[in-house]
Design a protein around this ligand. Structure first.
Ligand SMILES: Nc1ncnc2c1ncn2[C@@H]1O[C@H](COP(=O)(O)OP(=O)(O)O)[C@@H](O)[C@H]1O
Length: 239
């Protein structure tokens, strides 16, 4: 594993660029969605839950006692459809996968789909991790907006802009903000534990395919995250 730091040399852009499919994974509240949103147009960010039905989402809902997980066949269907759609033709540019893959098995599944359906992409795995204390304090502050984020299961996930004048309201639409039920401390603790149990298998699975995982320090501020990931992608472009 290599860390994404300023030590990565800056290289000039190569004449031809293969688009990257960048998998950003890590524990809950590390800042994955924030980073993905800051880097690319929303249309270039893949989130599994945005491609499955409300019925599937409700059936796999995460609660304090059960951590929902979408069936492998459904995951395969969604990945295949996404990476063979016009939106992901290699000349459309880089794609970010926000919070995917979540297990070692999903790494193998995704990479075999990429080899068949989207061989023009190079895969760049990036783990955004932080100490539990950082995750807990970020989750405690995270608010979501049901009006700005339509969700098939009525469970918005993405961090909303908080109004400066009134922190209980959305900075974009003025609606009252809510906490994510999955940020409730007991559920959050389960989700962090699930991630910690899965993370070694994710790294090993990428290594099995000859793909080193880059690690990015989640405790850094958003501007640093953005600058470091941009630097990594520029550096890797010839790869
Ligand atoms: N680099 C950062 N520094 C400080 N706060 C952050 C940073 N990245 C994200 N946040 C905040 O932390 C919370 C969790 O971020 P989010 O992107 O939703 O995490 P994830 O997608 O990993 O669950 C949000 O409220 C977000 O505004």
């Amino acid at each position: 594993m290599a860390a994404v730091t300023d030590e990565i040399p800056e290289r000039p852009l190569p004449a031809t660029k293969r688009p990257a499919a960048i998998a950003v994974f890590g524990p809950p509240a590390a800042g994955k969605s924030t980073l993905c949103r800051a880097l690319l147009d929303p249309a270039r960010v893949f989130r599994l839950r945005e491609h499955v039905s409300g019925q599937t989402l409700r059936a796999t809902q995460t609660t304090a006692t059960s951590l929902g997980w979408i069936e492998p066949d459904e995951v395969a269907r969604v990945l295949h459809e996404y990476f063979t759609s016009d939106a992901t033709a290699p000349d459309s540019g880089d794609v970010l996968l926000d919070n995917f893959p979540g297990t070692g098995d999903q790494v193998h599944q995704w990479l075999s789909i990429m080899a068949e359906a989207a061989p023009g992409y190079r895969v760049v795995p990036v783990e955004l991790d932080a100490e539990d204390s950082v995750l807990l304090s970020r989750a405690a502050c995270r608010r979501v907006c049901a009006d700005c984020e339509p969700d098939a299961a009525g469970e918005p996930r993405l961090p909303a802009a908080i109004a400066k004048a009134n922190p209980s309201r959305c900075g974009d639409c003025g609606s009252i903000l809510a906490r994510r039920p999955t940020d409730e401390p007991r559920t959050l603790a389960h989700r962090i534990l699930r991630y910690r149990r899965a993370s070694a298998a994710i790294r090993i699975a990428f290594a099995d395919h000859g793909l080193p995982v880059w690690t990015l320090d989640g405790s850094l501020d958003q501007q640093r995250h953005r600058a470091l990931l941009t630097r990594l992608l520029t550096n890797e472009q010839g790869g």
